[in-house]
Design a protein around this ligand. Structure first.
Ligand SMILES: Cc1ncc(COP(=O)(O)O)c(C=O)c1O
Ligand SMILES: N[C@@H](CCOP(=O)(O)O)C(=O)O
Length: 533
């Protein structure tokens, strides 16, 4: 007989609800000592006991036939329902959980009655029955495990994401838990910074942060289909990453996917991802904004579920990257977080994750946010520069940061809200600046995408102007894997891009004989490249 205590929280030491969470590295308080003893429990039981158990292994399969989903189901049958009063619903953007207009997450709805964006709002009263220390401990206890579904960085925060979904319906590749990389050399050499970090959201299942949102959206679709809701497939417009994530998660769940791609505007690596995953791929002779308009029209006519971030479900998954950053800093709050922006869902998702942690007492402040855009696709930057007076969509021009070549972002209102409430800043990067920043970062051991080059350019500018200080703890969000963008990197280093290549490192072609190789190496040994930096 399995004891239900294994799957419910128990604490070896209990401290009162903390008034000052440990959030400021420069003025750190003594940590609250609360030790969780199980990694797999749900959050259903209040903190009531001080009895202590030895740490439990998450895996205790009953027999060889039992898989991790079976095991999790067995645990749930002992510990009871997972949601225990936690609930979430759609409300019009910028309205609270108690808004008179609201929709169940099982409804198929993307806009409010008046055409506004929607937002997923959680019952914060129910969540705040548990204090910040409880949530920190719960989330920490799930990291690095493989218990279904908590092995995922997204689902390890299930109560804050989709509290009511049955774990059996979840479609997950154990996404999230991405590396927070200390950019020691880049920070020191180029910026005189000692506390610069890169959150590698692109080192993930399909190579971008979109996995974080897509696991949530496709899981909910899986549930809707089981509830016999009219969803024959899932569709998106994409600049290459949303389509990759959508097609992979749908393929894993056996759900048809349809992707609208702007013809000749995404990298080969991104194009081949949905093809390989069996999506219906439409290559359309327009730009991303044209594809977005079409998919919105199509999804209002056909029983195809919309997977772009206009659908606020996506942002529930993406917000967990913010929670993860705090967790990786042992719940200390960084000073700055810099995010490249295109359709502008992600900057709001980061704000939402940080804000929830503050509102539920896990930390006592939120970082300042910076949104970075390519100058060739900069409607948010222009809006910001106008003092938020006038928003005008633009026709986005071609940019090496092709995944953010977006002129009419659907989440413009969400982005403005996030920036205004976080003392935020918007910066832009020219094509040369973003490619140089990418090359500089790569030369210090990273292999980033051009969009991360945009974010690094913003950092370089804010550092030069003194807005960001040398000891400010700063996180740059890297949004996609550099391997998706080898063509632009190759072109940069081989000098194929006119007027560019300050940091190019072209390969040396050399004859296959000892003398020729020696000549090259002697030149290299005398060169400046060997001077230590
Ligand atoms: C690699 C990459 N970086 C950044 C972004 C911008 O994210 P958002 O559209 O949420 O602003 C996108 C997609 O738009 C992307 O694919
Ligand atoms: N960069 C995105 C553009 C669409 O963004 P979404 O978050 O609204 O899906 C992509 O990769 O397609």
């Amino acid at each position: 007989m399995v004891s239900s205590s294994l799957f419910n929280p128990s604490f070896s030491t209990l401290t009162p609800k903390p008034t000052n969470p440990t959030t400021n590295r420069k003025n750190r308080l003594a940590p609250t000592v609360i030790t969780c003893t199980s990694s797999t429990y749900d959050s259903s039981s209040p903190i009531t006991s001080t009895n202590s158990h030895p740490p439990q292994q998450s895996h205790n399969r009953r027999n060889a036939e039992e898989n991790i989903k079976d095991e999790a189901r067995r645990h749930r049958s002992v510990s009871g329902s997972e949601s225990r009063g936690f609930t979430a619903r759609y409300v019009p953007f910028n309205e609270g959980f108690d808004s008179p207009e609201w929709y169940s997450l099982d409804d198929i709805v993307y806009r409010s009655r008046s055409g506004k964006l929607l937002d997923v709002q959680h019952d914060m009263e129910a969540l705040s029955r548990f204090d910040g220390a409880y949530w920190r401990s719960l989330f920490d206890s799930r990291v690095g495990r493989t218990a279904w579904p908590y092995g995922s960085g997204v689902w390890s925060k299930k109560e804050w994401v989709l509290p009511e979904i049955d774990a059996d319906d979840i479609v997950s590749a154990f996404e999230g838990n991405s590396n927070l990389f200390w950019a020691e050399r880049f920070g020191k050499q180029y910026l005189s910074m000692n506390d610069l970090w890169v959150k590698h959201c692109g080192i993930s299942h399909t190579g971008s942060f979109k996995d974080l949102g897509m696991t949530v959206l496709v899981s909910q679709v899986n549930r809707l289909r089981k509830l016999n809701r009219p969803v024959v497939g899932v569709g998106c417009a994409s600049t290459g990453d949303t389509s990759a994530a959508l097609s992979a998660y749908c393929a894993a769940a056996g759900i048809p996917s349809i992707v609208f791609l702007p013809a000749n505007k995404i990298s080969t690596a991104q194009l081949v991802q949905p093809i390989a995953n069996g999506a219906l791929v439409l290559s359309i002779d327009t730009d991303f904004d044209g594809c977005m308009k079409l998919i919105r029209e199509i999804t209002s006519e056909l029983p195809i579920y919309l997977a772009n971030s206009l659908n606020s479900l996506r942002l529930e998954g993406q917000k967990t990257a913010a929670i993860e950053i705090l967790q990786q800093f042992d719940w200390e709050v960084p000073d700055w977080v810099i995010v490249p922006g295109g359709n502008l869902g992600n900057i709001y998702a980061f704000y939402k994750g940080f804000k929830m942690c503050k509102d539920l007492g896990l930390v006592d402040r939120i970082p300042r946010l910076v949104c970075a855009q390519a100058a060739n696709a900069n409607p948010l930057y222009r809006y910001y520069k106008s003092g938020w007076k006038e928003f005008k969509a633009v026709t986005a021009k071609s940019t090496f940061a092709s995944a953010i070549q977006i002129g009419d972002p659907v989440s413009i209102d969400r982005a403005v809200f996030a920036l205004r409430n976080s003392e935020g800043i918007v910066e832009e990067a020219s094509e040369e600046e973003l490619m140089d920043a990418m090359a500089q970062a790569d030369s210090t051991g990273m292999f980033i995408c051009p969009h991360t080059g945009v974010a690094l350019t913003a950092l370089i500018k804010l550092r030069r102007s003194g807005v960001i200080g040398p000891t400010d703890r700063t996180v740059v969000v890297s949004t996609a894997h550099g391997l998706k963008f080898t063509q632009s990197k190759t072109d940069y280093h081989s000098g194929a891009i006119p007027g560019m290549g300050r940091f190019a490192n072209p390969p040396v072609t050399v004859n296959a004989d000892f003398g020729s190789v020696m000549d090259v190496l002697k030149g290299f040994l005398k060169s400046d490249r060997l001077k230590s930096k």
